[in-house]
Design a protein around this ligand. Structure first.
Ligand SMILES: [Zn+2]
Length: 490
């Protein structure tokens, strides 16, 4: 092959990404990792810190057991083994938001090891192997303002932070798989109550490392790590951009540099930040101020027994127990709050599919429009179940129900009371419906002729619509149809 031909081939090589994921989750605990300061998002800067979390000389850390159990719960949910003797280490580096000059982390013996998480992309199941789940502490936060001033807020310093790292060689091979992995992971973490999953507040952060290789090859290229991604979309776009950028470089015969890259969300591009430190530069050593962590079988079993049903199991149960279509079951189990809401309503009214339709349809629309979480819905599961009962027993029509749910959402009122006050009950009295039918027939002689003489039966629907209108949607549709057929046959 001539040089020219080789170059042409290089320029046309197709590349595929290989993606590893490091996710950091701030844990939902009352206090910080090693001191009694409150663990909460935001607030006046530097109002929730003490000598321990600001790293004053001589201050001693005390381990937060709630945080340790959150990591154990996560390890169990991700099918990991739990190390009976985990320990903490110091990761030494200086940064202005880390006044201690080191971070307490777990280096060689993390709490959880070797697990997996199953995902599905385009109907294809895939197992993503997890290498480790460990516990560490978060750093403070820097604020850079216009000009050359910077400020530090240490409220976040010492907040319990869990890191979840996928295994090598990486299983994730596309931006879609990366996004799906993160979606499933977030769902699990919020289900088991260890993290609130708020990516926009930084309580769940994800750093994909991306390399590319020629399609079909099993070698590994040089990887870059993308920082500061705070949405599912930016994770997807970041992986996609980095794949294209690296493939472009290789096609031109250039090299990919191993480095950390930032993400510019406005321009949707990654940019070079710093060359990646090697592990040896952190000078890890066992944390001398903390005893090793002994986790026995009893403790693991106690934590396991307190675990809720996980999203995959709940999805499967919704399909088998409530006979829901897989699509509905998937949406309804996406968050624990929605699943709980649905399940309570379905049990109260005894009609799962109708409940599913209202929860995914009108209720979701009302919640979205007002930016309300389902847990804070003005319509309780009991109220929604009562409303569905009114449709089932024929008290109201489906059409009226659409108005009713809006009124319930706006006022928080009981459906029965609203229906009573507004006079929205279905008219079951045949005399009243017949009067409306006769009025509509009298007002539309041409339509009647079209149907009866010319056989234009398609126009019958117009009559039904007029009668419903005449009765403000309250007539029983079965009765309307019966009476119209009777009159047309006269
Ligand atoms: Zn503190």
């Amino acid at each position: 092959m001539s040089d020219t031909a080789a170059n042409v081939n290089a320029a046309e090589t197709e590349y595929e990404p290989v993606v590893g994921m490091e996710c950091h989750a701030e844990l939902l605990t009352n206090s910080k990792m090693f001191c009694g300061c409150r663990n909460e998002f935001g607030g006046e800067p530097n109002t929730r810190c003490c000598p321990v979390c600001t790293g004053m000389p001589g201050a001693l850390p005390v381990m937060n057991i709630q945080a340790v159990e959150h990591v154990m719960r996560t390890a169990i949910a991700l099918n990991c083994s739990i190390n009976p003797h985990a320990k903490f280490d110091r990761k030494n580096y200086y940064y202005p938001d880390l006044p201690k000059g080191y971070q307490i982390s777990e280096y060689d013996i993390p709490i959880g090891v070797t697990g997996w998480l199953d995902i599905e992309v385009n109907g294809q199941p895939k197992r993503i192997h997890i290498r480790r789940v460990h516990l560490e502490e978060d750093t403070g936060k820097l604020f850079h303002v216009a000009g050359d001033e910077s400020f530090v807020d240490l409220n976040r310093s010492g907040v319990p932070l869990m890191e979840i790292v996928t295994d090598f060689p990486p299983d994730i091979q596309s931006a879609e798989e990366g996004r799906e992995y993160l979606t499933r992971l977030r769902s699990i973490l919020t289900y088991i109550g260890v993290c609130d999953g708020k990516m926009e507040e930084g309580s769940l952060r994800c750093e994909p490392n991306v390399s590319v290789r020629p399609v079909g090859s099993n070698t590994f290229g040089t990887k870059t790590e993308i920082k500061n991604l705070n949405s599912f979309r930016s994770v997807y776009k970041g992986i996609e951009f980095e794949t294209q950028r690296q493939a472009e470089l290789l096609r031109k015969g250039e090299r990919v540099v191993q480095e950390t890259r930032g993400w510019n969300d406005t321009r949707q591009v990654t940019f070079s930040q710093r060359s990646k430190e090697g592990e040896e530069e952190y000078r890890y050593f066992p944390e001398p101020d903390l005893v090793p962590l002994h986790i026995n079988e009893d403790w693991i079993e106690r934590v396991r027994a307190s675990m809720p049903e996980l999203p995959d199991a709940r999805r499967a149960r919704f399909i088998s127990e409530f006979a829901l279509p897989p699509y509905d079951a998937g949406i309804l189990t996406d968050t624990r709050a929605v699943a709980d809401y649905f399940e309570e309503t379905a049990r109260l009214c005894g009609d799962a599919k109708t409940t599913s339709n209202w929860v995914m349809g009108d209720l979701a629309k009302l919640l979205n429009a007002s930016g309300t979480e389902i847990g804070a819905s003005p319509i309780t599961p009991a109220a929604l179940a009562e409303m569905i009962g009114l449709i089932t027993d024929g008290t109201i029509s489906g059409k009226i129900a659409k108005q009713l749910i809006e009124e319930m959402y706006a006022t928080g009122g009981s459906p029965k009371t609203i229906v009573e006050e507004k006079g929205w009950k279905t008219i079951k009295d045949s005399g009243a419906v017949l009067a409306a039918v006769e009025k509509v027939f009298a007002a539309n002689p041409n339509i009647i002729t079209d149907i009866k003489v010319k056989g234009l039966v398609g126009k019958r629907g117009f009559l039904v619509g007029q009668v419903m209108r005449e009765t403000q949607g309250k007539a029983d549709p079965g009765e309307v149809n019966r009476l119209i057929d009777e009159k047309l046959a006269d």
